[in-house]
Design a protein around this ligand. Structure first.
Ligand SMILES: [Ca+2]
Ligand SMILES: [Ca+2]
Length: 147
């Protein structure tokens, strides 16, 4: 092959390769653009999630401030969970009360609360046993109950 032909061949190949390279470049450019769009949406989601967490933290803080209540208010609040209106608090009713204030392990804590306050051992907190439950709420649930 003559030098001239080789150069011509090379030039043709070069153009071909350049076109291919451009094609790849444009394709990956689109891919990169797509990645950016994806990244932007991920960032937007993270931003929304962090806003939600901030909002939740603020609400939780406000809730604990609202958690300051008197013994009477606590009893009134507890009554709202006496869903069968039998005037006493069952373990399930206590569990719902505990989980409503976002205290974790409500199932376990309700069991402990009942055992702590249930003086006659019938498995329910009667009106005359509520004072013991107030004590339990203060010490074990972190509810701020003022006398
Ligand atoms: Ca009840
Ligand atoms: Ca009882």
């Amino acid at each position: 092959m003559l030098q001239e032909e080789i150069t011509k061949e090379f030039e043709e190949r070069k153009i071909e390769l350049e076109a291919k390279a451009l094609e790849i470049y444009q394709a990956s450019d689109a891919d990169i653009k797509f990645s950016f769009i994806l990244l932007e949406s991920i960032i937007a989601e993270l931003r929304a999630a962090s806003m939600a967490i901030k909002h939740y933290a603020t609400t939780a803080r406000n809730r604990s401030v609202e958690g300051d209540m008197t013994v009477e208010e606590f009893k009134e609040w507890l009554k709202r969970f006496d869903v069968d209106n039998d005037g006493r608090i069952s373990r399930e009713e206590l569990r719902r009360a505990i989980s409503s204030i976002k205290v974790r392990f409500s199932g376990w804590k309700s069991g402990r609360g009942i055992r702590y306050a249930d003086a006659d051992g019938d498995g329910y907190i009667d009106a005359d046993e509520v004072d013991k439950l107030v004590e339990f709420a203060r010490t074990s649930l972190g509810i701020r109950i003022v006398s």
